[in-house]
Design a protein. Structure first.
Length: 340
């Protein structure tokens, strides 16, 4: 069977355009592959469209909209996930309209599909006391407990994304002054984040204990499992959840959901509350746009406002004057407005 134009351009898009011309990360390409796998499943099972015969002409704006509705209704995907899938489709058809411009109007109708509005996410973070309690849970009398303490300390101290932590190699950390970690984030952009003195000491002892100080270990994963392979995102999340559950037995007020990203939020909020300039916080977190970082400033302001509203104090005066009932004042205001 002769390949269709859709299969041709999708293959070139995923295997050549994204990695070579756009220099997109493997994680992003994997996410885009998932999007089109779901899209093909939808076309086959719910639209009775043969995958082998699917052409670009068959993919209309209505088909894409129905796919997004299917994601929401049948797969219980939230607005954020649907928008992520739509972003992948938008990106593909921006590529196709250049490579195959004869149907550009059809493609532009797909590109014009709007993203779903979603509620602004709340910033969940831990108090200093809750964080200390979680970090006190690993059993430092055994090697695995000492490793977990170093892992969680670096996760918080650097404000790293969980994948950034998983990708850390020995060469990416420096224990000589100034101690720092080099993180590679979204878009393969790297940044250096300083390590505090206590974290530096923990890391130094860990490197010595794990025999990671020799030159031949520079490309070894900083945190690894029993098979000597790097910890996965799920593995890091499991470690954090284990100690969070232990801490919650002591303090039930610890939030029900504590993910590695919550530790990232926690670091940002603690820096902000310590008076650190938001520009420096942006650089530590690796945000491209400072407006992304400003969500922490808004959350801090909202927290302070809520705290003030809970203060139960009487007014300075027993009753406030009512302007509406002050006839002389109202007459003067009406006359004043006419004179303007």
């Amino acid at each position: 069977m002769k390949p269709t134009d859709f299969s041709k351009y999708l293959t070139l898009y995923l295997t050549s355009y994204l990695p070579s011309q756009r220099n997109v990360s493997k994680n992003t390409i994997s996410s885009y592959c998932d999007t089109f796998s779901l899209f093909l499943t939808f076309c086959k099972e719910y639209c009775d469209i043969s995958i082998e015969k699917l052409t670009l002409n068959q993919i209309s704006a209505d088909l894409v909209k129905n796919f997004l509705k299917w994601l929401e209704d049948k797969r219980d995907c939230c607005a954020s996930t649907c928008n992520q899938r739509l972003a992948a489709i938008h990106s593909f058809f921006r590529y196709v309209q250049v490579e195959s411009p004869q149907n550009i109007y059809l493609y532009q109708k797909i590109i014009a599909i709007q993203y779903k509005k979603r509620n602004k996410p709340t910033v969940n973070y831990l108090t200093v006391e809750d964080l200390k309690l979680i970090l006190s849970q690993p059993d430092i009398t055994v090697p695995s407990g000492r490793r977990d303490l170093v892992l969680l300390s670096i996760l918080y101290d650097t404000g790293a994304r969980v994948q950034e932590l998983a990708d850390l190699k020995v060469r990416h950390v420096r224990i000589d002054n100034p101690a720092k970690a080099c993180l590679t984030g979204k878009g393969r952009k790297s940044r250096e984040v300083p390590l505090m003195s206590k974290t530096k000491t923990l890391l130094e002892n860990y490197l010595i204990e794990q025999n990671l100080t020799t030159p031949d270990k520079l490309d070894f994963p900083l945190f690894f499992n029993k098979q000597s392979t790097k910890l996965t995102r799920a593995g890091i999340s499991y470690i954090l959840e284990k100690y969070t559950q232990q801490a919650r037995v002591i303090s039930p007020n610890i939030p029900l959901v504590v993910t590695p990203h919550v530790l990232r939020h926690t670091k940002a909020m603690h820096l902000l509350q310590a008076g650190i300039n938001i520009v420096y916080i942006r650089d530590i977190l690796g945000h491209v746009d400072i407006s992304t970082t400003e969500v922490y400033a808004r959350a801090d302001t909202e927290m302070k406002r809520s705290a003030l509203e809970k203060i139960n104090c009487d007014s300075v005066v027993e009753s406030l004057p009512s302007w509406a009932s002050n006839a002389d004042l109202m007459t003067w205001l009406k006359g004043f407005s006419k004179s303007l």
